[in-house]
Design a binder for this molecule. Sequence first.
Ligand SMILES: [Zn+2]
Length: 77
Amino acid sequence: MTSNALKKPYFVDELVVYMETPEKALVAEIDCRVELITTPSSCTCCTYRFNSRRTPGYRCRHINAVRKVIEGQGKEE
Ligand SMILES: [Zn+2]
């Protein structure tokens, strides 16, 4: 990931991803104020917390969105 991807909002589908550090992002729904803290391998959403207990390596859509931004596939605002 390039350093200029940091500290800018990126749209991935219906999510906004804001990379705080190369390893940690704030993720929010476009129409919602709830902010999640997401890394390439974990997330604070309840979907992740529930599924990761049963499925090691589970990726919620927030994790997938963060990975897309890290891979340079996010759309700049
Ligand atoms: Zn999540």
